[in-house]
Design a protein around this ligand. Structure first.
Ligand code: ADP
Length: 482
């Protein structure tokens, strides 16, 4: 077994604000089956400390950036955890990153340097009986672990940084640097200096033995100016150690055959049962209860990244074609308002719920005929993976993980019987409209449609493949270092 210390700022089910928490929570079990054991080190937020049974202190810092700290060890939710109990850094109610005013905690730099320093200490053997081959850091909040390991005297484990969202980098004024306890050389062009500031993610990307991101296409895209968020030059320089590994989904939570959140459960061989979910969804969203209307669903944050303004642009055309739309989302107020107005304008054809609703998200996957994700960029994307699993045909822009997970229903794919959805490009209202017209003509060819549904549901979107890719990456890294 390869021994991995995973460093992360959230882990499902203990603390989660987004997809990062899901990934960090789901990977250990899948990695275990593929040949790597995982211990995960996370900050001791109150929400985490409240859920720890029988935690034992295994290491003490007399001063971890301004106060004493303990590293606690325990098992919770079948996860082997190390928790950095540092009240001066983490004993704050609410969101892990933001204060009650919705702004970042002013000392986030120090808070996550603390996580990194604690992880580096544990990774280099500070806890008797705990040794690691690999330290795997997720996103900027964990990236400092790699920086501290780079400047550690003596042997260190191999290091991996995974980027879930390049838009967030942990950038702070240069005045933070002297407090980080690093040699001056770390604050350089080849290290964590970025336009005169300190940049945590850049430090991790500069010093990691391997860099991964959450889809192969996104791994390529971020080496370009358009999607590189200012770090494309560095990522091009490090392209030899950069790769993309798709996320999986938790196929026990997202399984139409057992899902307790949907009215009618079904499987690939019993697709007829989906119709009952469609009827419930239409009723719930105030749509005409027509089994023959093509029903397109959206479950999304409403931000410009997700491209839903392009959908607004096409709504009149869709309604004229008899296509129905249901949308569940929340985000930018103008987009929220525009969809509410659209639902009033297209009564019976467009339904929308503004807010966050886990059960409705499941019903949309189980009851819609197609699931739309027209993102302008998308590191991995999860909703299209759930859609595949639920037999809702994904219609996606050809970017990032969307491009990597959907087989477009072009002539060749249809002839070979392998299509699972529709891709379009560029991300424009016109191309989106064309894609929905293609979808409508497929809908009218019911045998072809059902074949596509069966293909979609047969696609492997579990963690098994990704986990074995991570283990292969760890093995190659360790081979390079031996
Ligand atoms: P991102 O992480 O960029 O928001 P992803 O597609 O990777 O996009 O993940 C989004 C996750 O959040 C999915 O699990 C999706 O079902 C869920 N989600 C997004 N918006 C809502 C909502 N309004 N209600 C319920 N679930 C939502």
């Amino acid at each position: 077994m390869i021994r991995v210390l995973t460093v992360a700022s959230e882990i499902f089910p203990l603390i989660k604000t987004g997809g990062l928490g899901d990934v960090v929570g789901a990977l250990p079990r899948a990695l275990g089956a593929a040949g790597a054991s995982t211990t995960t080190i996370v900050p001791g937020y109150p929400a985490v400390l409240d859920q720890l049974p029988d935690a034992v202190a295994v290491h003490h810092f007399t001063d971890l950036f301004g106060g004493p700290a303990d590293v606690l060890r325990c098992t919770a939710a079948s996860l082997d955890l190390l928790v950095v109990d540092a009240p001066h850094l983490y004993a704050r109610a609410g969101n892990p990153y933001l204060g009650a005013d919705g702004l970042e905690w002013p000392d986030n730099g120090i808070r996550f340097a603390g996580l990194g320093a604690a992880a580096a200490a544990v990774g280099t053997g500070s806890v008797p009986g705990l040794a690691f081959d690999i330290v795997h850091a997720h996103d900027w909040q964990a990236a400092m672990a790699v920086v501290y390991l780079r400047f550690h005297d003596g042997a260190r484990p191999g290091t991996v940084v995974t980027v879930h969202n390049l838009a967030f980098q942990g950038r702070y004024p240069a005045s933070l640097f002297p407090r980080l306890g690093l040699p001056d050389s770390a604050f350089s062009l080849n290290g964590m200096e970025y336009h005169g500031d300190v940049n945590f993610l850049k430090g991790g990307l500069s010093y990691a033995d391997r860099i991964t991101t959450v889809s192969p296409t996104y791994a390529r895209e971020i080496t370009g100016v358009e999607n590189g968020m200012g770090l494309d030059g560095l990522l091009r320089y490090r392209a030899g150690v950069l790769s993309g590994i798709m996320n999986g989904i938790d196929d026990t939570v997202w399984n139409p055959a057992t899902d307790p959140l949907i009215p009618a459960r079904y499987a690939r061989a019993r697709l007829g049962k989906r119709a009952a979910n469609k009827a419930v969804l239409q009723r719930r969203m105030g749509l005409d209860e027509s089994p023959n209307a093509l029903l397109v669903g959206v479950v999304s944050r409403l931000t410009s990244q997700k491209g839903l303004d392009m959908l607004l642009d096409r709504l009149d055309d869709l309604a004229a074609d008899g296509i129905q739309l249901v949308l569940l989302g929340s985000g930018e107020p103008e987009l929220e308002q525009a969809f509410v107005s659209a639902a009033e304008w297209h009564l019976g054809a467009v339904g929308c719920v503004i807010g966050y609703d886990e059960a409705l998200a499941h019903l949309i996957q189980a009851g819609s005929d197609a699931l739309l994700a027209p993102s302008r960029f998308e590191p991995c994307g999860l909703t299209q993976l759930y859609a595949l699993r639920y037999g809702s045909i994904p219609v996606v822009s050809r970017v990032g993980g969307l491009a990597d997970s959907v087989i477009d229903a072009n002539e060749a794919a249809l002839a070979a019987g392998v299509a699972t959805g529709i891709q379009f490009w560029p991300a424009t209202p016109e191309a989106l409209g064309d894609a929905l017209h293609r979808l409508l003509s497929l809908w009218r060819d019911r045998p072809a449609w059902e074949q596509m549904q069966r293909n979609a549901m047969a696609a492997d979107v579990s963690w098994r493949g990704p986990a074995s890719r991570y283990v292969a990456l760890y093995r190659s890294l360790l081979a390079d270092r031996s």
